[in-house]
Design a protein around this ligand. Structure first.
Ligand code: CA
Length: 242
């Protein structure tokens, strides 16, 4: 472990993959803890309370989703799932259990670093405003006045569109599953109506674009096919590399 930087717990049972991750992350000034099984991971998490967990879902002793559930019983520690292709149902289960994001294997390490920084920023509470307003790029949502503005222009949203945008803007830097959005905005009965959601998100993007967000509207919440929407945050929109 190096001396400075956030502490990450890397949970991966494949030795070569884990070692290369540890090497890369240590070089980026993270302090890295490692675990090769779910039992190890939970022990290490209990002993060290790291700032973020990178979690492979296919572990030899216990389903990674179960690790997420156990961590979430006690803590909001950010979790990024690292999962192999074809594990879409596991990814959704992991996100539903409380993971913040996922990255499909194989992934580019720079992309991993960008995701790590996004969820750490979010965990640091940088997106919350003292006045309760939610802001992302030029978009500002005022929950008390139930207003949405893009710059100076008011966007005319329906109550459902407003709720949808509110849930999305409350999850900056995270991946929100379709099921979660449907439940939050329409209720349990609509949890399977993902086509419905697609239509609403398209309409919401169009209204924000027309109110002045232009092509930036496409980047506010990016479709993650079959899973949900990845919400940008201020730094990812600006393309800032810090
Ligand atoms: Ca594995």
């Amino acid at each position: 472990m190096s001396a400075a930087g956030p502490r990450l717990l890397v949970v991966e049972d494949e030795d070569a993959t884990r070692r290369s991750l540890v090497t890369y992350l240590t070089r980026r000034d993270y302090r890295v803890l490692e675990a090769a099984s779910a039992a190890d991971a939970l022990r290490c998490w209990d002993a060290n309370r790291p700032d973020l967990i990178l979690l492979d879902l296919g572990l030899p002793d216990l389903d990674g989703v179960e690790v997420i559930r156990r961590v979430r019983r006690d803590a909001t520690t950010p979790i990024i799932i690292l999962s192999a292709r074809g594990d879409e149902r596991d990814r959704i289960a992991g996100l539903e259990a409380g993971a913040d994001d996922y990255l499909g294997k194989p992934f580019a390490v720079d992309e991993l670093n960008a995701r790590i920084r996004a969820v750490l920023r979010r965990a640091g509470g940088r997106d919350s405003q003292p006045d309760g307003r939610l802001r992302l790029g030029p978009v500002e949502l005022d929950p008390l006045r139930r207003e949405v503005r893009v710059g100076e222009t008011q966007a005319r949203l329906t109550p459902r569109e407003f709720e949808l945008l509110k849930v999305l803007l409350s999850n900056q830097g995270r991946l929100v599953t379709r099921e979660r959005l449907l439940r939050a905005v329409w209720g349990v009965a609509y949890a399977d109506a993902s086509q419905y959601l697609h239509v609403y998100v398209s309409r919401l993007r169009r209204k924000l674009a027309e109110a002045g967000a232009g092509t930036l509207a496409e980047r506010l919440f990016v479709t993650e096919t079959g899973i949900g929407y990845r919400v940008a945050d201020a730094d990812s929109l600006a393309g800032v590399e810090t």
